[in-house]
Ligand binder design. Structure first.
Ligand code: FEO
Length: 405
């Protein structure tokens, strides 16, 4: 297995996980666990490592460059197992090797592994290590992604290793953004952002501002998942700022499930009303794994750049449909209302008795920070022509509001 050079003495030595399809509720076409080797004149540092079970790939790639026993510095930017899973093996291979990490990370590692004998070296922002012509500078980045997270910056080569930030879940032969292409690279970064970074958006903006004020030039961003940014760094940073600020299009996302196609008819009429106003609409039918459908992680990606979110469900035993409950729970975790600009929405659905799902979904929208523009629309059994007209008018109304936002 081969390493990939980023710059003189700097190599990607990560692992490709071709087969991963679900990662904490997120669908993905595989991923990579990126690790980087920095070879200085005095020291050899390994920045981050791999998920347990993928150590062999990383070690083979390291051997392509140096004898792994020459590694005398380990940098651990983040505790989560996808970037630290090789530490038990590495600390056996390299007894006493210093592990540079934040103070908070030490507590995290002690909870994850038997760390007896591990040589932690805690660092704070702007602490440095000279590897001999290669200087690593650390920047604490709490909650990007966990409290222990930090970024590492390689000064001479102007490479930022920000761990999860700026990552994407994708498995492929491509290591660099220009190999995958700008559009595809940003699309994968967008899904990653929509699912994992939205809850952290205010902290991301603050950190970007902090890094900008440090005045450190960044030629390359080498995250811990996916491709490495070298040709589209500016596009990526602009996209992050724009996503954090809640920039959205004149677009409505309708997400729903249906029991006997009544809520489905409502969704379709609402969508027609939206389209009649010249506003973009994305219609997402949630289904469980036995049927083709739109996965929650794709729906929240659609929501990222939508100004309005409409949620539909039949009432099932006084509750929302299970797939919609799953979606609302996930949406609550992501809480797109935390972004810089307000999103609006409403709930709709049919019922065969007392109803109730619309009330629950309206609360779910509020909990996710999306402003309900009404108490929603709930109807009995199958919608008749007049009720479908009302759905159409509701679609027109939300579209008009979207154009005013
Ligand atoms: Fe990719 Fe927070 O781990």
């Amino acid at each position: 297995m081969k390493a990939k050079q980023l710059a003189e003495g700097v190599y990607w030595v990560g692992a490709i996980d071709w087969n991963l399809r679900d990662y904490h509720g997120y669908t993905l076409p595989g991923t990579t666990y990126n690790a980087y080797l920095v070879v200085g004149k005095k020291h050899v540092a390994l920045i981050d490592n791999t998920y347990p079970g993928h150590e062999r790939q990383m070690m083979e790639r390291i051997k392509d460059i140096v004898d792994p026993k020459k590694i005398d510095i380990i940098v651990a930017n983040h505790v989560e197992k996808d970037h630290s899973g090789a530490l038990p093996m590495l600390t056996k291979l390299l007894p006493g090797v210093p592990i540079y990490c934040t103070g908070c990370a030490v507590t995290g590692f002690e909870k994850h592994y038997d760390t007896e004998g591990w040589n932690f070296q805690t660092v704070k922002s702007l602490d440095k290590i000279d590897l001999g012509g290669k200087t690593l500078v650390f920047v604490e980045a709490p909650l990007l992604h966990w409290p222990d997270s930090m970024f590492t910056y390689l000064a001479e080569d102007k490479i930022l290793f920000p761990n999860d930030a700026f990552g994407q879940h994708i498995a492929g032969w491509e290591r660099f953004d220009d190999e995958l292409g700008k559009e595809a690279s940003l699309e994968h970064a967008k899904k990653f952002f929509a699912n994992l970074i939205v809850p952290l958006a205010p902290k991301v903006l603050k950190k970007l501002d902090e890094v900008t004020k440090l005045g450190i030039p960044i030629d390359m961003i080498a995250p811990s998942h996916g491709i490495i940014w070298r040709s589209y760094v500016g596009d990526l940073l602009n996209s992050y700022v724009s996503w954090c600020n809640g920039a959205a299009k004149d677009k409505v996302t309708i997400v729903y499930d249906t029991m006997h196609h009544s809520t489905d008819l409502m969704a379709q009429s609402i969508a027609e009303g939206v389209m009649a106003e010249g506003v973009a609409v994305k219609v997402c039918l949630l289904k469980d794994g036995k049927f083709e459908g739109t996965h929650r992680s794709n729906v929240v990606t659609e929501i990222l750049d939508s100004k309005a979110v409409l949620v539909g469900s039949p009432t099932l035993q006084d509750e929302v449909y299970p797939t919609v409950a799953d979606f609302l729970s996930y949406l609550h975790g992501v809480r797109p209302g935390r972004l810089g600009k307000q999103k609006i929405g409403f709930a709709f659905g049919s019922h065969g008795g007392q109803g109730g799902a619309v009330r629950i979904m309206t609360r779910g929208l509020e909990a996710a920070g999306i402003e309900p523009i009404s108490d929603g629309y709930e109807l009995l059994y199958k919608p008749n022509a007049e009720e479908l007209e009302k759905c159409y008018a509701l679609g027109q109304d939300v579209a008009r509001r979207v154009k005013m936002m």
